[in-house]
Design a protein around this ligand. Sequence first.
Ligand code: NI
Length: 260
Amino acid sequence: MEQIIFDAHAHYNDELYSDAERNEVIEYVFENGVKFILNAGTNIQTSKESIELAEKYNGIYAGVGFYPHDCINITDEKYALNILDEITKHPKVVSIAEIGLDYHYDDTPRDIQKKWFELQLDLSEQKNMPVCIHDREAHGDVLEILKRHKNAKGMLHSFSGSRETAEELLKLGWYISISGVVTFKNAVKLIEVVETLPLDKMLIETDTPYLSPVPNRGKRNNSANLVYTAQKIAEIKNMSVEDVCNITRQNACRLFRINE
Ligand code: NI
């Protein structure tokens, strides 16, 4: 079996790893079918860590940006935007990631989340750079905002909306990224999304170190586990695991403009 995987969303800089473990896990996944990883930032610090990983490993590309709940810590708006603008110029930064709205926790007022989501979408449009969107329990507002940013493009990470929401996003040209959640017992809604998701708009991701697929659910995740996610998608769409991996890899390379 020959599959070459692109993990469209991961956080290998996470503090759940010691430096030694981090290097060990990354080397392991690159020896086990994974060729590319998009490592997403959540604030300036983690975005810089993302870039450091991308400098160290050929197959790692960096996303930089402010995660919804990290926006509350921004004190100087202009300064924050300037730094973000500066670091997107690094040759291995291919995405503004991860940005969006998260209404699951009330840590950050919604108006602050929305303001930073739009500021970063504006930046992505100016730079013609794809974004990676975090949307948790905020599907209506995310869709409404994306409708106003016609020139923005990118992916919805660990998609958790309905088939109807997915169809609206597809009409606007967005990619839908499927995480290990699709292997969970209660994944009825996500399976429905996968059933009708066009192959040329589908991505796969781990969100490492979170969201490990069955049979490793609950354990710390890594990109090699994507084979289980791909297996589940292959079952749903009645195709081979190799095809799921190859098609999603080609999609991610096209979206992030990475030359294989
Ligand atoms: Ni993430």
